[in-house]
Design a binder for this molecule. Structure first.
Ligand code: KG4
Ligand code: ZN
Length: 337
């Protein structure tokens, strides 16, 4: 059995986890800074870094204790080195390097987005590549062909906002606060998704790319227009109609990509994968198209250390190691080594 300690600090969650053989979660500790950043309406990078410094050692210690393991049981330390906020990333990377050096344990650098994709292996022990994965988070929206556990091809991408970013901005505009995604998700359940027709944008000549800034602007225009006319806004209808527009595009492009590339399975990854309508819609439309559908359990959709340990396991088994020169790479691309 190969046990990997995964460390994640790329944004506002300080997280560590021990995973066996890339699939079996032995512990999963997440300290979320959301209550702190809520005061400012979004993540403040400098505050995030300071919170990571305060919590990281305790979070790692608890990950070992919860797994009932000691350092001797750990085969490698996997750490997110990008993409993400540079300060927060550096806390995780520096901690992982210090531990790897002090305990003489191999070190593996992990791409955060590839970690999100690997979260699928934690929830579905049978899933094997190839498959088509929609990765939608606060900073990224990609359709990725997962060729192997450690090989990825980007099929589609956003030309402007990430899907999660659009959720967060619309949530702010209708006064729901941060983080917007879960709040829009909840309020939308009380609204009518057909109440307002927001655009389903396609981009240029790529049927797999996305653009969410148009949908977001059209929500803002709708809100301004209603305010100028003195009309009362039904926030639940706005949330439901916006969410439906985003999800129609995410689901349809991903399913088209899977069919066009001859794949039989589609999956979800990233914070937006926690969205209840996206999960239901993808399942329904994928199955109607004869595809099988997978998605991580909710706890593995948003940032966590287990997904990093899983991706790290496959990197480790492929023989890749980081040395003590490992640095944070804030704009690391998917598939970049
Ligand atoms: O993957 P993640 O935890 O952090 C990044 O890597 O960005 O994703 C956070 C994003 C935020 O934009 C958040 O609003 C969104 O995921 N999100 C959701 C839901 N839960 C989180 N968006 C829509 N519906 C949700 N239930
Ligand atoms: Zn993330």
């Amino acid at each position: 059995m190969t046990r990997i300690l995964g460390i994640e600090t790329s944004c506002d969650e300080t997280a560590a986890s021990v995973v066996a053989d890339g699939r079996e979660v032995l512990s999963n500790v997440i300290y979320t800074q959301i209550p702190t950043h809520t005061l400012y309406g979004g993540v403040v990078p400098e505050i995030a870094s300071r919170e990571h410094v305060l919590k990281i050692n305790q979070v790692i210690k608890k990950a070992l204790t919860d797994a009932e393991l000691t350092w001797e049981d750990i085969d490698a330390i996997a750490v997110t080195y990008g993409p993400g906020l540079v300060g927060p990333l550096l806390i995780g990377v520096s901690t992982a390097k210090a531990l790897a050096y002090a305990k003489n344990i191999p070190l593996v650098g992990v791409n955060h987005i590839e970690g999100h994709i690997s979260a699928n292996y934690l929830s579905d022990k049978e899933l094997t590549p190839p498959y088509m994965c929609l990765v939608a988070s606060g900073g990224h929206s990609h359709i990725v062909r997962v060729d192997d556990y450690d090989r990825f091809t980007i099929i589609g991408r956003t030309h402007d906002d990430a899907a999660g970013e659009a959720f967060d901005k619309v949530a702010r505009a209708i006064g729901l606060g941060y983080p917007g995604g879960p709040k829009v998700d909840k309020l939308a359940r009380e609204g009518n998704p057909q109440a307002i027709e927001f655009p389903r944008a396609s981009v240029g000549d790529s049927p797999y790319d996305f653009s969410f800034s148009g949908i977001k602007s059209s929500v803002l225009n709708y809100l301004n227009g209603a305010e100028m006319k003195g009309l009362e806004i039904n926030k639940a209808d706005v949330a439901a109609s916006f969410q439906q527009a985003v999800i129609d595009v995410l689901a349809d492009h991903t399913i088209k990509a899977a069919l066009d590339f001859g794949l039989k399975t589609v999956s979800l990854a990233g914070g937006v994968a926690a969205n209840s309508l996206l999960r239901d819609t993808m399942k329904e439309r994928a199955e109607a198209a004869g595809l099988s559908f997978r998605c991580p359990e909710l706890i593995y959709c948003t940032d966590n250390g287990a997904m990093i340990a899983s991706a790290g396991y496959y990197e480790f088994m492929a023989g890749r190691r980081a040395d003590l020169y490992l640095n944070a790479v804030p704009n690391l691309k998917i598939g970049e080594r």
